[in-house]
Ligand binder design. Structure first.
Ligand code: ADE
Length: 256
């Protein structure tokens, strides 16, 4: 390697030492329910409209917070935490499965994330594209690899899929809509924050990954399934977040 050149890991810098703590975001309290009690040296502070919990999770410095549902809430909290100096961002929670192979409890690690409800088509842009920005914002390769490895340990039954996240301000509960999102965007799952957070991270050049466990399959049963399975599914994604943290800066467990 050229002197001064970045290794692949440093270039993606998801796993490289970052100045700031790892930001961990969930949309709902249920989505960080197992992480919050595990936080040591906890200091909770209001940052703008958000309650942000700083501390250590399994020894690593983190900031943990709930953003609320939807793209605006996700973007607002991401902006706050990145402005406060977070070095990388992990979004954890549940999603509706779009890939027909996915079942409740399966895990999706983001390859990238698209905003399926953006429509500037009258000006000639493809559906989902914010003018001047990528159609889908790519997740950090190192964090993806770490999440997939960690998920392999957490998910002993069920599948771990790397796929596109489709985000929008809608709870998808209709098989025709699900099929359309899967077909048009090639998305694995639907949720309501990931791509907005990704867009903010891209602006800051801060590495990110979304880790989602399937709570429902975005069909007519979605609202019932969502209520029944969110807590259990969310806990799986949270366990993967801890697996990612364990791999940070640890050559023994870092993905290659
Ligand atoms: N989060 C969990 N399930 C979802 C769905 N079906 N649509 C949007 N967001 C979700």
């Amino acid at each position: 390697m050229e002197p001064g050149a970045l290794s692949a890991r440093e270039a993606s810098h998801g796993g490289a030492p970052a100045e700031g703590p790892t930001a961990i975001l969930g949309a709902m309290p249920e989505e960080i329910a197992t992480l919050l009690p595990a936080l040591t040296e906890r200091r909770s502070e209001r940052r703008g409209p958000f309650e942000v919990h700083a501390g250590r999770l399994d020894g690593r410095p983190v900031v943990l917070a709930v953003c609320g549902v939807g793209k605006v809430n996700g973007a607002a909290l991401a902006q706050q935490l990145l402005a406060d100096g977070a070095g990388r961002l992990l979004f954890t929670g549940v999603a509706g499965g779009l890939d027909p192979e996915l079942r409740v409890g399966d895990l999706v690690v983001s390859t990238d994330a698209v905003q399926h409800d953006v429509d500037v088509t009258p000006l000639g842009y493809e559906l989902g594209r914010v003018p001047g920005e990528p159609l889908a914002w790519p997740a950090d390769p190192w964090l993806r690899a770490a999440a997939v490895q960690a998920a392999g340990e957490v998910v002993t039954s069920g599948r771990v899929v790397e796929g596109r996240i489709a985000s929008g301000d809608a709870f998808v509960a209709d098989p025709a809509r699900s099929a359309e999102l899967a077909r048009r965007f090639g998305a694995a799952c639907a949720e309501m924050e990931g791509a907005a957070v990704a867009q903010v991270c891209a602006r800051w050049a801060v590495p990110w990954v979304v880790i989602r466990s399937i709570s429902d399959t975005a069909d007519h049963d979605a609202s019932v399934d969502f209520r029944a399975f969110t807590r259990v599914a969310a806990a799986r994604a949270e366990a993967v977040v801890r697996g990612v943290l364990a791999r940070l800066d640890d050559p023994a467990t870092a993905p290659r």
